[in-house]
Unconditional design. Sequence first.
Length: 109
Amino acid sequence: MKDSLKPGVSHRFVYRVPREKTVPFLYPEAPAFQAMPEVFATGYMVGLMEWASVELLKPHLDEGVEGRRVWFKIHANDGVDTIGEGRHERAVVIWNKFNARVAEKAVKQ
């Protein structure tokens, strides 16, 4: 981890929600979801919060660092109101090692 990553660092992530990321599109096979309004689906919002966290981290990572954990406090708004808040924890991993472990697990199933 680079010294530039310090508590309190912030990041602004802007995303225009397409129709396909609204509640009725989350599970098209669920009749209950089809009756709901076309607003940003919570399931997609959680993923977007994770994406924003990844983008914040990118410039602060060194090659080969593994095992560090980073915690985020995330606030999402639609330009008018708060639409979500959350906390997210990420583990910094070396991708080739992580993918090898995932492949091992897949073989065992």
